[in-house]
Design a protein around this ligand. Sequence first.
Ligand code: AMP
Length: 530
Amino acid sequence: MQTVRFEELNISEPILKAVVDMGFEVASPIQASAIPVILSGKDIVGQAQTGTGKTAAFGIPLLQLIDPKNKQLQAVILCPTRELAIQVADEIRKLGKFLHGIKVLPIYGGQEISKQIRSLKAGTQVVIGTPGRVMDHMRRKTVKFDDVKMIVLDEADEMLNMGFREDIETILKDVPEERQTVLFSATMPKPIMDIARTYQKNAEIIKVVKKELTVPKIEQYYYEVNAKNKEEVLCRLLDIYNPKLSLVFCNTKRQVDELVSALQGRGYFADGLHGDLKQQQRDRVMNSFRNGKTEILVATDVAARGIDVDDVEAVFNYDVPQDDEYYVHRIGRTGRAGRTGRAFNLVVGKEVYKLRDIQKYCKTKIIAQPIPSVNDVTAVKAEKILERVTNMIQSEDLSKMIDIIEARVNAEDFTSLDVAAAFLKMAMGEDNGQSEEKASYEDYGDTGAEEGMVRLFINIGKKQNTRPGDILGAIAGETGMPGKLIGSIDMYDKYTFVEVPREYASEVIQVMKDAKIKGKSINIEPANRK
Ligand code: AMP
């Protein structure tokens, strides 16, 4: 497995700082291959999927090309969908966090064009847009390509599938010829190569060279989850399978730290391993894992490299790995020395394609599984305790205990079955109660909202001089949830109904309970459908 540090890639200081801030440990394979070539000014055709780190692969050299003093448009990134445009803009903003004077703007259909025009006029150097909307601005002359030095076609195959070929060609013809053209695509069908031939200059084809990979024969599963529920799903899997030792892989150092705190907070014996640890700390963590004091080791790929522990029963890919080879290395940590092992993958949204890629290249089978419910977890926990109970009944003298229980049952109005049930509940511990509370919290019943949304009631309305924009602004501002995800807002004189995506509902309620709108404390709760 190659390790290229960002410091080796001739990246400017402020971007390096941002990369550290984002918790990236080493460059992903596509970054290691593409960044030096793009920085040298060459056109490239990069073959990479979502989840490989491709955005930063073109985003870093792109940011280095921008002159912050020039307020004209200098780089254009074309994306197939508004979701991707927003995502790419977010990633570029994060990478450019310590660069001053660079403005990045996503432009896509469905958003008010006048707002985009205002932002463009205010001096935007990087535009990330869908081809249709970029064409629209070209027609209106609200974008000028005179100073554009780089154009990126992101997910080019997707754009062609969606029928954007003509639009893309029109845009490419309009951008100055001496520009650099960077094309990324997951697949390389003929139409993509045609575009490369026509609109690029001696493009270098960059793909991550794949080695022959031998996947260990262990059971591999995946679970499609919401980003917000990853932690909960991981805990349910840990509870159900109860592995003695497990390794959990994350893609960034930051994620390792966050997950370790979360797991420790829930009472698991977890610790973390990543490149920022000193040798001494690393040794302490490893010793503790080896002797079983730490049951769950959370690590990045690089940090986990030296781990030589044989009895790891389960590997969890909390983040889908950025490279097929990483996958093989990760899951190879279990099922060693002839033992059985299992690998679990948590997959969010489009990452499922990355996983398919891994399956294809590694010629392995990763089986989809439903997310275990709280009831499943309870049943498994109860089963384990009852097994111990059976053993005890068979092997020990319980006559004294029987006398005590009998006396109690005779004195009170309950049965020995009630007593047994109460003991079972106690033995199952508190964390079980917590997850049950969480699950019921998520079950809002029918609030009358659209599919996938929850309708919330807020006790503030028009009479309090409030407008829908205030509600939207307050929710987006307080929770950090993108405003565009907020659904319909129905405002009445004294109260308002607002719809938010189901996965954000509990957070919105939690955060907004203590927030103020227009200086007034509010009450917020799921709406009751009458
Ligand atoms: P992408 O393939 O661009 O969609 O990136 C997928 C995810 O990987 C994003 O959340 C990135 O922030 C993250 N990422 C990009 N480069 C790295 C890296 N070198 N190490 C860890 N995570 C990364």
